[in-house]
Unconditional design. Structure first.
Length: 328
């Protein structure tokens, strides 16, 4: 009898696991849909998609508005449009020019907050994670957090990430510095045409990308998607693309690029993805593929074997090429 029960369990277990994963994937898809709607509502109000912020040493500033002067990244900028405005408002005193002790304390509290909307259930549950960085690189406008609210989604910043702009402007006083100037554009060719790199995504450092600039069409360009994190690195805080939380400026924790196709979390990096490129990749814990919300608000799954040139084009807002959904 026990043997029969064991056989039945063995037969049923894969189906149960598959059903659970399907439910988690559906939940993840719904979260991406909500993020996309929040970004589109942001565009309706502010006439541009959420900015990418200044760099990883800056948290959001509740008094910094929504454009170039906002040091915080896209997660921070969509809080209000995801019915999370109370989190955004932590530390607000109406004075953008000064960085006060209370603002830094409240920013720390925000950094330590987990937002379920930002989490893929196939990868992790709720809760916070220890902040383990020991290199002395602290936030300029926030106290050092003890724990972090993590995130599993990243914005489309284009085809190739733009070098070392991660820190943001140096901050050595209690006065907010001027926004940095990010401008670095190069080009290269694919089998599908000429593509501009670095400055061709939707969310970039200091960006204020408008719908009208997406000349390829909003159904042709990725907005947000799942970011790749290797198995074994979900909780450690040592992988550079998962060592901070959701509340920071332009950085690989919250932005990724389409230079390489998405990877399954359990997949080893191929030989052509080395060094800092390893933290620029989209990817997922879902076996079926990596999910994205496009600039029109629709959600699609991109398979792991997508043609690399096709995926490059999905990251560019104005390459002049048409990508059919059957290609990914």
């Amino acid at each position: 009898m026990i043997a029969i029960i064991g056989i039945l369990v063995a037969l049923l277990l894969p189906a149960i696991q598959s059903a659970r994963e399907a439910a988690r994937r559906s939940d993840c898809k719904n979260k991406l849909k909500q993020l996309g709607i929040a970004a589109l509502n942001h565009h309706d109000v502010h006439k541009h998609f959420p900015t990418g912020g200044w760099g990883w040493r800056y948290a959001g500033d509740s008094d910094g508005g929504y454009g170039r002067k906002q040091p915080g990244g896209w997660y921070f900028n969509i809080l209000e449009f995801g019915e999370l405005g109370s989190i955004r408002d932590l530390g607000s005193d109406g004075d953008y020019s000064a960085i006060t002790p209370n603002q830094k304390l409240m920013a720390k509290q925000r950094i330590e907050t987990t937002v379920s909307l930002f989490i893929c259930p196939s990868r992790r549950g709720g809760g916070v994670y220890p902040y383990v960085r020991t290199d002395g690189s602290e936030y300029y406008n926030a106290d050092r957090p003890e724990v972090l609210g993590r995130n599993d989604f990243a914005a489309n910043s284009g085809s190739k990430f733009p070098g070392s702009i991660w820190e943001g402007p140096r901050q050595r006083s209690t006065t907010m510095p001027e926004p940095p100037d990010y401008s670095d554009f190069t080009t290269y060719s694919t089998t599908k045409g000429h593509v501009s790199l670095r400055g061709n995504g939707v969310v970039l450092g200091m960006s204020e990308v408008k719908m009208a600039q997406i000349t390829d069409g909003t159904s042709q360009v990725l907005l947000f998607g799942e970011k790749h994190i290797p198995y074994g690195e979900y909780d450690t805080g040592t992988f550079p693309g998962n060592d901070q939380g959701w509340d920071l400026g332009f950085d690989t924790d919250v932005c990724r690029w389409t230079k390489f196709p998405p990877l399954a979390d359990g997949t080893d990096f191929p030989p052509n993805i080395t060094g800092e490129d390893r933290v620029s990749v989209f990817g997922s814990a879902h076996p079926a593929g990596c999910q994205f919300v496009l600039c029109d608000g629709s959600v699609h799954t991109v398979t792991y074997d997508v043609d690399p040139d096709t995926f490059v084009l999905l990251g560019s807002i104005a390459d002049g090429q048409v990508v059919d959904q059957s290609e990914y």
